[in-house]
Design a protein around this ligand. Sequence first.
Ligand code: A3D
Length: 320
Amino acid sequence: MARAKIALIGAGQIGGTLAHLAAIKELGDVVLFDIAEGTPQGKALDIAESGPVDGLDGDFSGANDYSAIAGADVCIVTAGVARKPGMSRDDLLGINLKVMKSVGEGIAAHAPDAFVICITNPLDAMVWALREFSGLPTEKVVGMAGVLDSARFRHFLAEEFNVSRKDVTAFVLGGHGDTMVPLVRYSTVAGIPLPDLVKMGWTTQERLDSIVQRTRDGGAEIVGLLKTGSAFYAPAASAIQMAEAYLNDQKRLLPCAAYVDGAYGLNGFYVGVPTVIGAGGIEKVVEIAMNEDEQAMFDNSVNAVKGLVAACKEIDPSLA
Ligand code: A3D
């Protein structure tokens, strides 16, 4: 069987890391695309030259022309600008919306059968716009945020409880922003829900609350440390997990910014929800029961995303 083809639209910090991870995991042939001349070619050649050392097969190429992504099975989109200190994800809206238009058109023309994973911020609005501009089926266009936000939550919890990160599961829903909803009741250590761990004296409610807040601020914490850009290792690892779920029909249950039509009282809207990813793309949106507080936080987050989508429609009336 032919190797899968993975097109990385945007060859910056995340794009380069994605390419390296895809190479190491032998997911298939990798094409890096960027408007910056030389960057995708240079990164592709550098990774290809690591192949003899690591024993890797696969083709690695870079391009500035969309024809290079022809027939891609997976497209991962990081094209655009990233945050600098003091900028919110929403500050990126106007610039990155234009980028989504060209990327959406490029994918529609050259890789219309691909599973498309958007990472560009502000995520929930950009994945919606990318879907609109590309015209691809909604189950084939998804945003990466929940896997990353949940991974941050899991890491902080594993540190707090001094247990393996492998034994911590966590759920973060809603929009990828300050209003994201870390769901404490659905997060566990080896199946023991966090509220029970508070009762067992493993931590206090105050410490748990501060971990929830640190998760919400997880992106800004890295931006503040790096000063010149935003996180890229964990975002890339998260998107690769989603790509693997699709390519290997794994039916993974992962929180993603998915098109929700009917569930959660939403009609045709992208927001972070639990999904099943397999060969069909987003095969299912899983509707979980929320209590009053969780529902209120989720509604607040949905409203923030609605505001961003409305702003997109104002900037580009073709989206209205
Ligand atoms: P960066 O290293 O700046 O790479 C972006 C790349 O996009 C650069 O190489 C640009 O040349 C390229 N680019 C710009 N315009 C275009 C275009 N029209 N077509 C093709 N390529 C273009 O950024 P990064 O890789 O660190 O981050 C990429 C995006 O991911 C940013 O918008 C970040 O805010 C976002 N991000 C999202 C998350 C989520 O969890 C959702 C996490 C971290 C970063």
